[in-house]
Ligand binder design. Structure first.
Ligand SMILES: [Fe+2]
Length: 367
């Protein structure tokens, strides 16, 4: 065997199987996104030029397998062959970083009491964070960004039936899998109240609730990142903020908006953030994205409102300064975001090329 697929490597990293991941891409590609814990040797040009000594003097730790990684899984094959010729057990990652975009890991968010379990399902290859909330026999999913099967398998493992699926907003940087998950699991699909999507859903308006024997989910309309953006407050303590608020930043308000609309949205965001900050300071914020690869460390990406209050200086500015700062700090738009939005508004997934469409690092936040 000369190759390894994403699911196998993902499982090895999750289970702590000893492996050295060797990233051979040029530095400018690596800084965009990488596999947590991987080592890096910029051997791309040398390998492309058939330099047989491209990896000759590299020292690897112990007798453990080496997985070579490039952008799409072709040059990494050459690297693996060179290493094999040196007597090293080497495998090439099938599909490279493009395929790795779908890799994920989980972290359990500690919840007192032991009845309720919250799994943060982290798409490490892309930075999307989704959530599986389970108690008794029932589960809720928020912001599904991976294939339905991932959530169905996790729920089954815990003896849960997924009964409700929520999105915090119409996403622009990844294809929502919520509609498909709701269809496959027979769950109800809840979206923020809006006229953007062209498929049936149950609308969540500000203050609307969903109650199960152990969970009370309350919608908080928080326009800004998008006008329909909605946070969900669970049991008055945990807040799923989507792309409105992150532990170290706030959501960008400019996607699919001209300059004037961006101003309007930035102003709305200012008010939404202060609405959130009025909640108790020990409220735990669980965001919808992160802008760096998620380690396989089981540590949830989360922060209390008190921590965010200290960390994110922008929220203490006046409204005018806040808007001014946002306009100055807008990052480049994510590639293909208009097409992604179109698919999400139709509730469809493309038949092929999902990872092409979702290519690129997550760019939802301003920090
Ligand atoms: Fe977003």
């Amino acid at each position: 065997m000369k190759t390894i697929d994403v699911e196998t490597l993902r499982t090895w990293l999750e289970e702590g199987v000893p492996v050295t991941v060797l990233d051979i891409r040029p530095m400018h590609e690596r800084v965009e996104w990488s596999i947590p814990g991987s080592m890096h040797i910029d051997a791309y040009d040398a390998l492309k030029a058939n330099d047989l000594k491209a990896l000759a003097n590299v020292e690897f730790p112990g007798e453990i397998p080496v997985v070579t990684v490039c952008a799409a899984g072709k040059t990494s094959l050459i690297a693996a062959e060179l290493l094999q010729a040196q007597g090293i057990q080497a495998l090439s990652l099938d599909g490279g970083m493009k395929a790795w975009s779908l890799a994920w890991n989980i972290a359990e968010v500690p919840v007192p009491g032991g009845t309720l379990h919250i799994l943060q399902v982290r798409r490490t290859g892309k930075g999307c964070l989704s959530y599986l909330l389970g108690a008794g026999e029932e589960a809720i999913v928020i912001d599904a960004s991976l294939d339905s099967q991932v959530y169905l398998d996790l729920a089954k493992r815990h003896g849960w039936q997924i009964t409700s699926v929520f999105d915090t907003h119409i996403h622009a940087d990844h294809l929502s899998r919520s509609r498909q998950l709701a269809e496959r699991s027979g769950a109800m699909l809840f979206l923020p109240d809006q006229q953007r999507v062209s498929f049936p859903f149950t609308a969540m308006r500000d203050g609307d609730t969903l109650e199960t024997p152990t969970m009370l989910l309350t919608a908080l309309h928080t326009p800004g990142h998008t006008m329909e953006s909605t946070c969900y407050l669970l049991n008055n303590h945990l807040l799923f903020t989507g792309d409105t608020l992150f532990p170290r930043g706030i959501g960008r308000p400019d996607l699919e908006a001209d300059e004037q609309q961006t101003h309007v949205r930035a102003s709305a965001l200012y008010h939404s953030l202060h609405k959130i900050l009025a909640l108790p300071s020990d409220t735990l914020v669980l965001p919808g994205h992160t802008s760096t690869p998620v380690p396989f460390d089981g540590i949830p990406i989360a922060a209390t409102l008190a921590q965010i209050d200290e960390e994110v200086a922008m929220i203490h500015a006046t409204r005018e300064v806040f808007i001014e700062q946002i306009m100055m700090r807008l990052p480049p738009t994510p590639p293909n975001y208009r097409q992604v939005v179109t698919f999400n508004e139709m509730g469809l997934l493309p038949e092929s090329g999902v990872t092409d469409l979702e290519a690129g690092a997550n760019r939802c936040a301003i920090s």
